[in-house]
Design a binder for this molecule. Structure first.
Ligand code: HEM
Length: 450
C-alpha cells in the first residue's frame, strides 16, 4: 500500500531531504544537548507515535540518515577505529568475548594507534595527558551515563550529581579520615594538625582478621589452597567490619570481583614464584616485626613493601579498561587535538600501564622501579590506581592497611610456593574485566617458615 504523501506536493527526493534536515535539526537542536538514555522508553513511544503519523515516508530514510551522520558529520570522524564502531555502540559490544574489554581495547590500540573511536561518541585514548584531563581537580569532565548502571539505586560512587556526591562524600570522610589522595594515616602518625585517629582505630581489627587467615594457613600447612577465595573472604570481613561492625560477610555471601582481594592475590603469586623477592621482603620486615607485637605503624613506610604493592597495582591494574568520563559541553584539548563536548573518553589503564611511553621494561615485574630504580618510571603522573581528586578512592588508606598488614604477617610467618600443577595460567590469562578484576583461581601451598 502506498503511504500518504504528508509533505505533498514533495516527491521522494524532497522527502529524503526533509527527513535528513529534520534528523540533523533534532540531533543538533535537542539530542546533543543532553542525556536521554533514561528516557529511552518515553522517547521510543514518542518515536513510534511519530512514525504512525508520518508513515513510512520518513521512516525509510531515518536509519541511513543516522548512519551517514555518524560516519561523516561529527567532529570525531578524524579519529581512527573500526568503521562500524562509529555507527553504533553495538559493534563494540558484539566484539567482546567473555569479560575481556581491556584485551579488546589493547588490540584496537595496536591496530589503530593511540586514539581509537570505540562508539559514535566515545574515544579510548592511550595517553597520560588524557588521564590527566579526565580525572582530578580542575577536570572539564564528569561521570558519564555508565554510572547510571545501578539506578534506581545510587551509591556515592555512581552519583553523577556533583553536589549530591560531595555531600555524601563528606559523611564518608568522617569514617575514613581521607581527603582526596592524601594519606591521613601518615598525618596521624606525624601528629599533624590534620591528624585524625579514625583509620588508626581499625588497625587491631584488620590485624585480627589477617591473623585468622594466618591461623587457617598454619592449620592447613602443606595443603593446596585456593587463595583467590581466601583473600575475597578476608576483604569482605574487613569491609564488613567497617560497614556493619562485624566480619564474616565473605563466608556468607561470596563474590567474584574486588580490588582489595585481587591485589594480595597477585602479590603472593609473585612471592611464590620468586623466592628472591620473598627473601628481600623479609630482610626489610624482620627487623621491625620479629619478637614484638605487630604494629601497622612499623610497616607503613618500608620501601620494598611499598614497591611490591605499587608494582602489583601497575602490572595487574585493578580497573583494567579504565574509568569513563564525559567531556563537558565546551570540549577539551588533549595532545593538541580537540574533543567536542558530550564525548565519552577513557584511558585504557591496562594498556597504559604496559606502555613503553610510560615505563621502561613495562612487561617485566620490577618492584625496584618504585624504590632505587626510578628511571624505570618515565611518566609518574600516569600511575593513578586510586584515581585522583574528589572522586578518588576514599578507601585507599584502608586498602593499604589491610593489604600491607596481611602481606607482612604472612610473609614473615610462612613459606609460600605454587601448588603442584599451578603455573599461574588461570590467574594471568583468565582474568576477567567486570569493571574491577574478577578472581581467577590461584592455588598456593603455605608451610610454617623454616
Ligand atoms: C587496592 C584496592 C583499591 C583500589 C585499587 C581502589 C580504586 C578505586 C578507584 C580507581 C576509584 C574511583 C572509581 C570511579 O571513579 O568510578 C575508587 C573509588 C572508591 N573506592 Fe576504592 N579502591 C580500592 C579499595 C577500596 C576499599 C578497601 C574501599 C572501602 C573500604 C574502597 C572504597 C571506595 C569508594 C567508596 C569509592 C567511591 C569514591 C567516590 O565516589 O567519592 N576502595 N576506588
Amino acid at each position: 500500500m502506498a503511504s500518504p504523501d504528508i509533505f505533498s506536493p514533495a516527491g521522494p527526493p524532497q522527502r529524503c531531504f526533509l527527513s535528513a534536515v529534520f534528523g540533523i535539526i533534532s540531533h543538533l537542536g535537542y539530542f546533543i544537548h543532553g542525556e536521554y538514555h533514561l528516557q529511552a522508553p518515553n522517547i521510543a513511544q514518542g518515536f513510534l507515535a511519530t512514525i504512525a503519523v508520518l508513515y513510512a515516508s520518513l521512516l525509510k530514510f531515518s536509519e541511513s540518515r543516522i548512519v551517514i551522520y555518524r560516519l561523516f558529520f561529527p567532529q570525531l570522524r578524524h579519529s581512527p577505529g573500526p568503521k562500524l564502531a562509529a555507527v553504533s555502540k553495538l559493534y563494540h559490544v558484539s566484539k567482546l568475548g567473555k569479560y575481556d574489554n581491556f584485551k579488546l581495547l589493547d588490540r584496537w590500540h595496536r591496530q589503530y594507534g593511540d586514539w581509537v573511536r570505540i562508539g559514535p561518541r566515545e574515544l579510548s585514548i592511550l595517553s597520560p595527558n588524557a588521564l590527566k584531563a579526565a580525572i582530578g581537580r580542575g577536570s572539564k569532565c564528569t561521570k558519564p551515563p555508565f554510572y547510571d548502571i545501578t539506578k534506581p539505586l545510587i551509591s556515592m560512587q555512581t552519583s553523577r550529581d556533583v553536589s549530591v556526591h560531595d555531600k555524601r562524600r563528606r559523611i564518608w570522610e568522617n569514617g575514613f579520615s581521607s581527603k582526596g589522595t592524601s594519606t591521613p594515616y601518615l598525618d596521624y602518625l606525624s601528629h599533624s594538625p590534620n591528624a585524625d585517629p579514625t583509620l588508626h582505630s581499625y588497625e587491631p581489627r584488620v590485624a585480627r582478621y589477617a591473623t585468622e587467615l594466618l591461623a587457617y594457613l598454619e592449620a592447613n600447612a602443606g595443603v593446596p589452597i585456593n587463595m583467590s577465595a581466601r583473600f575475597i573472604y578476608l576483604s569482605f570481613d574487613i569491609v564488613g567490619e567497617l560497614a556493619f561492625g562485624r566480619g564474616c560477610l565473605g563466608y556468607e555471601q561470596g563474590c567474584r570481583s574486588d580490588s582489595t582481594a585481587s591485589t594480595p592475590k597477585h602479590l603472593f603469586y609473585h612471592l611464590a614464584k620468586h623466592p628472591d623477592m620473598l627473601a628481600k621482603l623479609r630482610e626489610e620486615l624482620d627487623p621491625v616485626t620479629k619478637d614484638k607485637p605487630f604494629e601497622y605503624r612499623n610497616i607503613t613506610n618500608l620501601p620494598y613493601l611499598n614497591g611490591l604493592f605499587n608494582e602489583v597495582l601497575r602490572f595487574h591494574a585493578p580497573i583494567p579498561s579504565g574509568l569513563q568520563r564525559l567531556v563537558l559541553p565546551e570540549g577539551i584539548t588533549v595532545d593538541g587535538k580537540f574533543i567536542p563536548g558530550y564525548t565519552v573518553i577513557r584511558t585504557p589503564t591496562w594498556s597504559l600501564m604496559r606502555s613503553e611511553k610510560v615505563f621502561q621494561r613495562p612487561l617485566e615485574f620490577i618492584p625496584e622501579r618504585w624504590t632505587d630504580q626510578p628511571e624505570l618510571v618515565k611518566v609518574m603522573d600516569a600511575y593513578q590506581p586510586f584515581s585522583r581528586g574528589t572522586d578518588s578512592c576514599i578507601g585507599k588508606g584502608m586498602a593499604l592497611m589491610s593489604i600491607k598488614t596481611t602481606a607482612a604477617l604472612l610473609a614473615t610467618q610462612m613459606d609460600v610456593g605454587l601448588a603442584p600443577g599451578e603455573d599461574g595460567n588461570d590467574l594471568l590469562n583468565h582474568t576477567e574485566d567486570i569493571f574491577t578484576l574478577s578472581m581467577g583461581i590461584l592455588d598456593l601451598v603455605f608451610e610454617r617458615r623454616t
